[in-house]
Design a protein around this ligand. Structure first.
Ligand code: FMN
Length: 361
């Protein structure tokens, strides 16, 4: 298959791949710039981005804002011709400030999920920053389109559809993850859901499908099924340029199929993670913690089983005894940490190699 470009508003990516935003400290400027320099879209995660920034312990909000500015500027310097995005979790308490900061820094596009980003168009109004919600169903796409049109007179510039095999927090109920709909089905559902709005505005909304994609054949298949691009997280996490420590990356490489588990996160959503001793311990016994910042609107520190920010910071820095790694379902198919360039070249050659099966299309 010929590799199609991905057009989102005024942006054109040569390669129809978006690197999914990965908090806390997994996708910062180094990974995002490397991806953007190789023709795809690189995404910085804003979630607790200031965790290793000076002054974080004293004033987390300030450190997070300064670190977001730093990483956007750094990525722009490293990838001056590349397309760069920021990922914002709706559940975070500093959401509006972080969105406005990303806009001030001239980020190309904001991707936002883990909740419905109902007010996002307000923060990007009159700027050149494009916006894409992250949803997991046709219903989610419909709710966002209706709300954004009614309240903000705005149609999403793109929609990321995160399927049930994705890494990190998932937009599915835990019980639905036993027999979830396939990504193919979901693409169809979302395309149907957005059709009336596309007709109303006489503009197509690019659909970006993600979750469990680790090779170019699957990318080509998603494109055949009607996606305009794909979002990939875990495969980019296992790269030299991923901003996490080597120990964190090795946690992904060591994972076998049965090490991948679903957990209930303090964010209030299920998440997919690599099983380890820390996760086993916290299912047996709560790890009480004191919290003065309440970084997540959805977390109740008095009853939460552990502090997810601390656990993810520990893991990112290599202390996996006191934390854990989020992952996509197909992590066990990744056996080596590689440079981003090699990963993207391999994906591209597999897309080109792909011959559509006329029965499956
Ligand atoms: C370690 C990790 C952290 C993630 N953190 C976030 C996040 O902060 N916000 C978000 O919207 N998605 C997050 N995701 C989801 C990714 O952006 C992406 O959609 C997903 O990983 C795609 O599935 P894949 O990993 O199987 O490719 C995370 C995924 C991983 C693996």
């Amino acid at each position: 298959m010929q590799i199609p470009e991905l057009k989102i508003g005024y942006l054109t990516a040569k390669i129809p791949i978006i690197q999914g935003g990965m908090g806390v400290g997994i996708s910062l400027s180094k990974l995002a710039a490397a991806v953007a320099n190789n023709g795809a879209i690189g995404v910085i995660s804003a979630t607790e981005i200031g965790f290793n920034y000076p002054g974080y312990e004293k004033n987390r909000l300030k450190a997070n804002i300064e670190a977001l500015r730093y990483h956007i500027r750094q990525a722009k310097v490293t990838a001056p011709q590349g397309i760069l995005g920021v990922n914002l979790m709706v559940a975070t308490n500093n959401y509006e400030l972080m969105a406005r900061t990303a806009v001030e820094e001239g980020i190309n596009i904001i991707f936002s999920g883990a909740g419905l980003p109902l007010n996002l168009p307000k923060y990007t109004k009159k700027s050149s920053t494009l916006i894409s919600p992250i949803i997991s169903s046709g219903r989610g796409a419909e709710v966002i389109c209706k709300h954004w049109i009614r309240k903000h007179d705005y149609l999403p510039d793109a929609i990321v559809l995160e399927g049930p095999l994705a890494g990190g927090h998932l937009g599915f109920k835990i019980e639905d993850l036993n027999s979830p709909p396939s990504l193919d089905q979901l693409i169809k559902e979302v395309r149907e859901a957005v059709k009336p709005f596309e007709n109303q505005f006489n503009r197509q909304i690019p659909i970006i499908a993600g979750g469990g994609i680790v090779d170019g054949y699957e990318i080509a298949r998603m494109l055949q099924k009607g996606a305009h691009g794909v979002q990939i997280g875990t495969l980019f996490a296992a790269t030299d340029e991923c901003d996490a420590s080597l120990a964190w990356k090795k946690e992904l490489i060591r994972a076998k199929k049965n090490d991948v588990i679903i957990i209930q996160s303090p964010v209030g959503l299920p998440g997919r993670a690599v099983k380890n001793q820390f996760l086993e311990e916290i299912t047996r016994k709560r790890k009480p913690f004191s919290c003065s910042v309440n970084c997540l609107r959805t977390c109740t520190p008095a009853t939460a089983p552990y502090c997810i920010a601390s656990a993810l910071i520990n893991a990112q820095s290599g202390n996996l005894k006191e934390g854990f790694a989020f992952t996509g379902a197909n992590v066990y198919r990744i056996d080596k940490i590689k440079p981003v360039k090699e990963v993207i070249e391999k994906l591209c050659s597999e897309i080109i190699e792909y011959d559509a099966d006329p029965i499956l299309v």
